[in-house]
Design a protein around this ligand. Structure first.
Ligand code: SAM
Ligand code: SF4
Length: 465
């Protein structure tokens, strides 16, 4: 295997014994772990395992309360918003849970042309988005991987009215070191790759054929991305394939591996749950379903275990569950999403989509709802464009410094959204939220924010600090 760091980041043999002893942990120890988590220095594997064993409602309440405090302390009320952009559903892999799998003859295959990608981008911009997550199956049209590189260039090249996409994140199959270097050169934000399951035997069962059947090639992809200089890497688990307690311990091992080797962990962790997908029994009947309570537990435990890592919640989940997880630790959400290539123009098409959505609301409806709950929808892309990525971002985030950048930038990009794209109802809610947020700020934060807001109010775009 070329360019691969073959030392596996995950050692399954230690996970079983840790989970077994976690069952015997008493309430006093759990309370002590929750106290420790409030110091916001993260948790080790045995502590994460102990928290995953909580079933007592009182302790569960304490876990959730601690997660809320840490989320509030580090992220304040911001929620970063993005849209996925599916460019192709061609795929040579047979992942049993995905509608794009190679042998799913019921799926209409489609790879967007560059002109179609530009058109989809215009539609996304006209919703008010500034960030996209570009997604593709693992098989590209004739030009091969350069199709993805061109697509990124196309997205960045679209100017539509006063808007444009300012950050393209990418979720495509693992690449070679050289391909990662080419990807980095296109100026992407985050490269995302989910291991799906860290459990080798389960992985083998659900990845029947194609390149993705190689567990090691996938689990070492974040290493190669970081070696190629991509500082912001996102990882994740597809929950529902294997016991979630096993998965979060393995995920923690993966995070610690990245920290040990590159001095910085993943920029984000995603927590997709298996959703029904056309032509997939596995997706419709998950082997190890995760209940809503356990799902909330996963978010809360991750918030405490890796306080400075972003947690992403997609529109796989319904509006109610999404709302609850905002408080428990989620820092980024998608909105107004489609999972079929061409979906922003054509609408949701089940026979071209990857999976069913749980939240079908428009971006404006999500923004209004989020604002009514007191969260500031942020379209900020400042950090990455000022080079605050990887370890630099984490250093800034750790002492809470980021508040002096993120809160003002969240307010100014939210105001830009309200003026350019917000419906009257959303503007009313948003304007009040901005005023209330300014009033609650300390004088320095308020002065920085007011300067940016004044610029936006006089017609300036893309202001950030
Ligand atoms: N094809 C690339 C890959 O597999 O890495 C990247 C894109 S793939 C479309 C993005 C993610 O969708 C996968 O990593 C998987 O976690 C998720 N996914 C696949 N089937 C799903 C389903 N039925 N429900 C929820 N998420 C699913
Ligand atoms: Fe293809 Fe990715 Fe779906 Fe697997 S998860 S079938 S690799 S698109």
């Amino acid at each position: 295997m070329n360019n691969t760091n073959t030392s596996s980041p995950v050692d399954e043999t230690v996970i079983g014994p840790i989970l077994e002893s976690a069952v015997r942990v008493d309430a006093g120890r759990i309370k002590a772990i929750i106290e420790k988590a409030l110091l916001m220095k993260g948790l080790d594997l045995t502590e994460v395992a102990a928290l995953s064993s909580i079933s007592d409602p009182e302790l569960l309440g304490e876990l959730f309360a601690a997660a809320r405090r840490v989320k509030d302390e580090i992220y304040g009320k911001r929620l970063v918003i993005f849209a996925p952009l599916y460019i192709s559903n061609l795929c040579a892999n047979e992942c049993l849970y995905c509608a794009f799998r190679a042998r799913n003859t019921g799926l209409k295959r489609r790879a967007l042309s560059q002109a179609e990608i530009a058109e989809e981008t215009r539609l996304i911009i006209n919703q008010g988005h500034k960030r996209v997550l570009l997604v593709a199956g693992e098989s590209y049209p004739r030009e091969g991987f350069s199709y993805v590189l061109k697509a990124i260039e196309t997205v960045y090249g679209v100017k539509e009215g006063a808007g444009e996409i300012r950050r393209v994140n990418v979720n495509v199959a693992p690449l070679t070191l050289d391909e990662f270097k080419q990807l980095k050169a296109t100026n992407i934000g985050t490269y995302q790759v989910f291991q799906e399951t860290y459990h080798r035997a389960t992985y083998k069962n659900v990845h029947v054929s194609g390149k993705k059947a190689d567990y090691d090639w996938r689990v070492t992809a974040p290493d190669r991305a970081m070696q190629a200089g991509i500082n912001d890497v996102g990882i994740g688990v597809l929950f529902g394939l294997c016991d979630w307690r096993f998965e979060i311990l393995a995920l923690m091992q993966h995070i610690r591996h990245l920290e040990a080797h590159f001095g910085v962990g993943p920029h984000t962790v995603s927590v997709p749950r298996l959703e029904p997908a056309s032509g997939s029994d596995t997706a419709c009947h998950p082997p190890k379903p995760v209940s809503d309570v356990d799902f909330r537990k996963i978010v809360a435990i991750l918030r405490l275990a890796v306080p400075y890592t972003g947690i992403i919640m997609s529109t796989r989940e319904n509006a109610n569950l999404r709302r609850e997880t905002f408080a428990l630790g989620v820092s980024q959400i998608s909105a107004g999403s489609r999972t079929n290539p061409g979906g922003y123009g054509d609408g949701e098409q089940e026979d071209e989509s990857q999976f069913s959505l749980g939240d079908h609301r428009s971006l404006d409806e999500v923004v209004r709802d989020v604002a009514e709950l007191g969260y500031i929808p942020s379209f900020c892309t400042g950090c990455y464009r000022l080079g605050r990525t990887g370890a630099d971002f984490m250093d800034l985030a750790k002492p809470g410094e980021i508040k002096y950048h993120c809160d003002p930038n969240a307010l100014s990009t939210f105001q830009e959204y309200l003026l350019d794209y917000g419906s009257p109802a959303t503007r009313t809610v948003g304007t009040k939220l901005i005023a209330d947020t300014l009033a609650a700020m300390n004088p320095l934060q308020r002065s920085i924010s007011t300067t940016l807001l004044d610029q936006v109010n006089t017609g300036k775009h893309d202001v950030f600090c």
